[in-house]
Design a protein around this ligand. Structure first.
Ligand code: CO8
Length: 258
């Protein structure tokens, strides 16, 4: 596998794992990390042998935000000209299901990148927040938008205006996180969920995430129409034939991801 400066990558059968690996900086997201994660995720996304991608962090953080030391000296024109952090959109666009396994701090850009994933599994030691306001700025990698969609205006305003941190349990109650698990079993749980997802039909997974994402993008009628188109088109696939035949024959399906 390709070597990267700021991340580790690993394959476990149909699951790809990307680990943010600057533990001494609490995995602060500099531009190199963004490039590395985007390249690794796009590589896994292009590989039909991969059916789910886990993003996690080494040490005691998932990611404690964008790298403040890298940003501190910029002015507005420089940040805009560099399109600072805009390439994270390419990570968000990955079609293979992505799972954030949040082991510790998910703050600022860390929380925003976790929210780009299709689901978030958190260790009970994890914490979430958008502390940008304490630095005199606002979230800049989609936080104001994805947080509102995930937890609603009241809770999003609370987090973004105060900059406070919430626990994994609060995040789960608020609907930001799918499941909270003991710290020591986070990766086992994330791998089990990823393996379960990766065993499903990959084109059906692509359709499912596209349809759910459409719920956040536009009117209900358009989302329902897209879902219907994707649902109908699914009946042209070998995996539909196999999945339904397996049910009728009372056996496990053998998907070919076609
Ligand atoms: N950037 C750079 N370095 C960091 C960051 C960061 N975000 N977070 C932690 N570090 C470094 C610390 O400076 C420290 O380095 P050193 O050992 O050299 O002193 C090391 O990591 C360990 O951190 P701490 O000693 O601070 O660890 P603590 O356990 O005492 O505290 C905290 C942990 C509470 C997480 C604390 O580190 C913290 O508050 N970090 C910053 C959190 C933050 O404000 N994040 C938001 C960053 S801004 C952002 O994400 C905006 C994204 C959008 C930008 C879009 C632009 C267009």
């Amino acid at each position: 596998m390709t070597e990267y400066a700021t991340i580790l990558t690993e394959r476990r059968e149909r699951v790809g794992i990307i680990t943010l690996n600057r533990a001494d900086r609490l995995n602060a997201l500099n531009e190199q990390t963004m490039r590395d994660v985007v390249a690794a995720a796009q590589g896994l996304d292009a590989d039909e042998g991969v059916g789910a991608i886990i993003l996690t962090g080494a040490g005691r953080a998932f990611a404690a935000g964008a790298d403040i030391t890298e940003m501190a000296g910029l002015d507005g024109a420089e940040a805009a000209a560099r399109g600072l952090f805009a390439d994270w959109d390419r990570f968000a666009a990955v079609r293979t299901p992505t799972i954030a396994a949040v082991n510790g701090f998910a703050l600022g850009g860390g929380c925003e990148v976790a929210m780009m994933c299709d689901l978030i599994i958190a260790s009970e030691a994890a914490s979430f927040g958008q502390p940008e306001i304490t630095l005199g700025v606002i979230p800049g990698i989609g936080g104001t938008q994805r947080l509102v969609r995930a937890i609603g205006k009241a809770k999003a305003m609370d987090l973004v205006l105060t900059g406070r941190r919430i626990t994994a349990d609060e995040a789960e109650r608020w609907g930001l996180v799918s499941r909270v698990v003991p710290a020591e079993s986070l990766m086992d749980e994330a791998l089990a969920i990823a393996a379960q997802i990766a065993g499903r039909s990959l084109p059906a997974l692509h359709d499912a995430t596209a349809a759910i994402d459409a719920a956040f993008e536009g009117p209900l009628a358009e989302g329902v129409a897209l879902e219907r188109r994707l649902f109908h088109a699914g009946f042209d696939r070998a995996d539909q034939t196999e999945g339904m035949a397996a049910f009728v024959e009372k056996r496990e399906p053998r998907f070919t991801h076609r």
